[in-house]
Design a protein around this ligand. Sequence first.
Ligand code: HEC
Length: 122
Amino acid sequence: MKNTSKILILSGLLAMAGAQFACEREAVVYGTFTGCDTASVTYTSSISPIIDQSCISCHAAAEPSSGISLSNYAQVKTYVDNGKLLGAVLHQSGYQPMPQTGTLTNCEIKKIRNWVNLGAPQ
Ligand code: HEC
């Protein structure tokens, strides 16, 4: 075998090993190793519990923050449709970053993003 072929094979193997490490790191960062199921997200199973825990303290009751109530599907869907939910949760420019206090985990953020991308199934 020519030396150049050996070098090619070797660098190929190194590249694969590198990709493997990158994947693992991403999986840890985004929580896939801890069973972050973002594929079958629905409002009832995945989103409502996140909102109850991280948003409802401010966005419910008689005088919700900014007049934004997130206590049921229809209310949340309003902010899905006008883009404010994702804008706020993904900290996009032009939106108020949410939650205002506390944080969402990467897995929770991924769930919300995928849920919106799936058309916000109930
Ligand atoms: C500690 C109270 C608090 C918590 C917790 C909180 N919010 Fe808010 N939220 C506010 C306030 C106050 C505003 C209005 C901010 C402003 O206009 O300066 C707001 C604004 C918003 C807006 C409008 C953003 C925009 O740019 O128009 C959305 C959407 C929103 N919140 C969603 C959420 C979601 C989703 C969560 C949970 C992940 C959450 N909020 C958690 C207090 C809170």
